[in-house]
Design a protein around this ligand. Structure first.
Ligand SMILES: CSCCC(=O)C(=O)COP(=O)(O)O
Ligand SMILES: [Zn+2]
Length: 216
């Protein structure tokens, strides 16, 4: 099996799993997996597809400028430019983007602050953070309609330990060194978002950490 075929299979399986969680409402979301480092080539989901369905036209191979490597009638995800910035600015091998109610609400709650920090949660270990007082911070950017501007904004907030960026009232973009790690990070983050919102609904004055106290 060629590398492209193997990576296609890996990404298709991740897509099916995320679809099983209903994380692609209304054709939203996109996924990519790196096939080659130098020159950069990655498989990315085709734009506007129902990501719950599996077809032979789900992905296309693009280069380091986001252009299709082979002749195809398929259009790469409109947000390919964001995936490109992730690959340019991190060591990611896979990048996942989903719109959920939880990630949208968290992004809106903490948009003015520009980040949200999670502490005192076992699942922080999913990010390789094993310290007793470990924490994970997710930057939040405005949802610019101009996608190249949005992509540059995502690139601007990526630091060494950044694993994900929230886009305000849009969704979350998460990555990992490979498909397994990217999915682990995404599942862990969505757990943290959900827990956070449930705690806020049950105890409105609850805060996860001093850093998130601003809105309480
Ligand atoms: C219908 S959702 C609006 C576009 C979007 O945010 C998204 O994630 C899906 O875009 P794509 O071009 O990858 O289908
Ligand atoms: Zn999106």
């Amino acid at each position: 099996m060629s590398v492209v075929a193997r990576k296609w299979q890996e990404l298709a399986e991740i897509k099916d799993e995320l679809a099983g969680r209903d994380w692609f409402p209304g054709t939203s979301g996109n996924l990519s997996i790196k096939v080659n480092d130098d020159p950069l080539q990655f498989l990315v989901s085709a734009s506007g597809k129902d990501k719950r369905k599996r077809t032979m036209e789900d992905f296309l191979l693009v280069d380091g400028e986001g252009r299709a490597v082979e002749d195809t009638g398929l259009k790469a995800s409109a947000e390919t430019c964001i995936h490109l910035e992730v690959y340019r600015n991190t060591t990611a091998g896979c990048c996942l983007h989903v719109h959920t109610v939880d990630n949208n609400v968290v992004s809106e709650l903490y948009a003015e602050q520009g980040f949200v920090t999670f502490r005192n949660q076992e699942l922080i270990k999913a990010f390789g953070i094993w310290e007793e007082d470990g924490e994970i911070t997710v930057p939040i950017v405005e949802n610019f309609a101009d996608l190249p501007t949005l992509a540059k904004e995502v690139a601007r907030v990526i630091e060494t330990n950044t694993k994900a960026v929230l886009i305000r009232n849009h969704g979350v973009t998460v990555w990992g060194k490979d498909g397994f790690e990217a999915k682990k990070h995404l599942e862990a983050l969505e757990f943290l978002f959900s827990y956070h919102l449930k705690m806020l609904m049950l105890q409105p004055r609850w805060t996860a950490s001093p850093a998130t106290a601003a809105h309480a």
